[in-house]
Ligand binder design. Structure first.
Ligand code: MF3
Ligand code: CO
Length: 250
């Protein structure tokens, strides 16, 4: 069941989104070559708590951290281990959820530890661009497949692949709500979008195969061919003329 948010709900999610944007401002200022993922996770947790909010991921299905930090061939759900050190040439996806006044917001960015190889830089750029392709189509009266298709088309015309076994999703009082939103699909298909639907749109884009594997830690998801992957995510609210992006800094 897809839960339509009231204007009051959306106000709260906007405030949560502003907090999460500030958290990402800190991440951007803090993340540096030589740093380890656990240290970044600790900083993020403390910044979130300082806003009278909670890290959405902490305790989620037994997860013990406030961030997912996924490097290079890791697609998503990477654990912020202390020995996961950011090195020159790495790409580091940082995924964070904030729970504020009863609602979650979910956001991810991929950071480049310069110098990054040109094909990897393109991967990161196209992943972000594929999110922005949805802005003209994510509006009331259009269909879910219009969003999916916009992402897939952008990714594939750039010679990259979209992960098909992991999804964008509804978000609200629960971190994961209906609907599941494939990051691939056909225009004109799927449910009709309504104002007040709130989604976490999160393309995961690979240089090689779209096939995935889960590591023995049961969280970390990597590419089957170990080629690199990027991730970009915002929480949006569907409106009459287009979406409002709730988790974008500045
Ligand atoms: N943002 C992640 C997603 O939507 C949520 C990860 S929950 C965690 O899949 F527990 F794995 F951190
Ligand atoms: Co998500």
């Amino acid at each position: 069941m897809i839960i339509i948010k009231t204007p009051a709900d959306i106000e709260i999610m906007k405030r949560g989104g502003k907090i999460l944007s500030r958290v990402f401002d800190v991440v951007k200022e803090t993340i540096v070559i030589g740093m380890n993922a656990e240290a970044l996770d600790t900083i993020v947790r403390n910044v979130i708590l300082g806003y009278d909010a909670e890290p959405s991921f902490l305790g989620y299905r037994g997860y013990r951290h406030s961030t997912c930090i996924s490097k290079n061939e890791e697609i998503v759900h990477g654990i912020p281990y202390a020995d996961k050190i950011f090195l020159p040439g790495d790409i580091v996806s940082v995924d964070i959820g904030v729970y504020y006044q009863g609602f979650h917001v979910d956001c991810a960015r991929t950071f480049m530890m310069e110098p990054v190889a040109p094909d990897v830089e393109k991967l990161v750029r196209v992943t972000q661009e594929s999110f922005f392709e949805i802005l003209p189509v994510a509006k009331a009266g259009n269909r879910l497949g219009d969003i999916s298709s916009a992402i897939q088309t952008c990714v594939e015309k750039n010679g990259l692949t979209v992960v098909k076994d992991l999804y964008s999703h509804g978000v609200g009082r629960e971190l994961h709500e209906d609907p599941l939103i494939p990051n691939y699909g056909k225009r004109g298909k799927g449910i009709v979008l309504e104002a007040g639907m709130t989604f976490a749109i999160e393309p995961m884009v690979n240089l090689g195969t779209s096939d995935i594997l889960t590591l023995p830690d049961k969280w970390t998801i990597i590419t089957a061919d170990r080629k690199w992957s990027a991730h970009y995510e915002n929480t949006i609210c569907i409106g009459v003329d287009g979406p409002e992006v709730l988790t974008q800094s500045n």
